[in-house]
Design a protein around this ligand. Structure first.
Ligand SMILES: [Zn+2]
Length: 133
């Protein structure tokens, strides 16, 4: 699982860096608190390209906050030995899926069901193999 942890930490660093660029520093403090091991990554990303952040909309910031949230939660799950288990059905999440999206907390089946429920989508065409490799 060391590879997964490195990947998550790298993704967290990237997401935190982007969030700082779009002016979400206060949101970060809410997310990560004034201290804590994950907060250290925010300090490493100190080069803010201020000219970019006006171009990035609120929706993007929300997405980044969401992503930081999920990655941080994934790291906590890793610490607690719960990583890689679907929070919905308790099944093991496919390793191929975790390689693509290491912060996911649900298996493909549950993710699909949740997304349809939240977006009120009509049945979609399933892209065979897209999720599993
Ligand atoms: Zn599941």
């Amino acid at each position: 699982m060391d590879g997964i942890r490195k990947r998550l930490e790298q993704d967290l660093r990237t997401a935190v860096g982007r969030l700082r660029q779009v002016g979400g520093a206060s949101a970060l403090e809410d997310l990560l608190g004034p201290r804590g091991e994950h907060w250290a990554f925010a300090d490493e990303v100190d080069e803010i390209q201020a000219n970019e952040w006006r171009e990035i909309g609120f929706a993007t910031r929300e997405l980044l906050v969401d992503r930081v949230n999920r990655i941080t939660a994934a790291l906590e799950r890793l610490d607690e030995g719960e990583y890689g288990v679907c929070v919905e059905c308790g099944e093991t999440i496919a390793s191929a899926r975790l390689r693509v999206m290491p912060e996911v907390t649900t298996c493909v089946r549950c993710q699909d069901r949740l997304e349809r429920a939240s977006r009120h989508l009509e049945p979609i065409e399933v892209e065979v193999g897209a999720e599993d490799d």
